[in-house]
Ligand binder design. Sequence first.
Ligand code: ZN
Length: 229
Amino acid sequence: MTEKALVLFSGGQDSATCLAWALDRFDHVETLGFDYGQRHVVELDVRGAVRDAMAGHAGWAARLGPDHLLDLRALGAISETSLTRDVAIEMETGGLPNTFVPGRNLIFLTFAAALAFRRGIRHIVTGVCETDYSGYPDCRDDTIKALQVAINLGMERRFVLHTPLMWRDKAATWALAETLGGATLVEQIRALTLSCYLGDRTPQDWGAGCGTCPACELRAQGWRRYRAA
Ligand code: ZN
């Protein structure tokens, strides 16, 4: 039986590693990106280059299926966050950073399931992570497990929501890329992916970004720990 997967693919380090993870184990892999009016929409521009790089790995080109891009700008329109508005990134009184877009992953995964339903795909892969995340409640393992139950009940399917990075920190995510595609894949992800919240493309030793936003700090720290290991 052909096992098909749909990877939520933004063009950042985490989702690129998830794409490699899926290409390593499923027969057919499609990708899905969302335009939700994010300030770092530039990350969507790198998706094609990352997909092309992945296709260069032995056996992966035959597995890589079509890319989908969904317009979810209604989400950005109703969210007052620093990811969708031109305001500074900071912590809010409730302990959550204002980069939190309420409901984002719930909405992404529900749309992904609706697309997977139509495409006859059973496996849905997302790079959410509870290990060194920013406290986003929709990245929690329990949230994803509960959502899997809700989606399967609501769509009368047996989707499996995969979260290969859930218990990996950023250093371990680089190590996973090395296991999947060697130094070549690590370099491709380093050079091609964008994780910066501001969509800045200033070259850094760990990739490209502003170097000071929370996403850049996390990526830089993870890269240093991975290189030191
Ligand atoms: Zn940044």
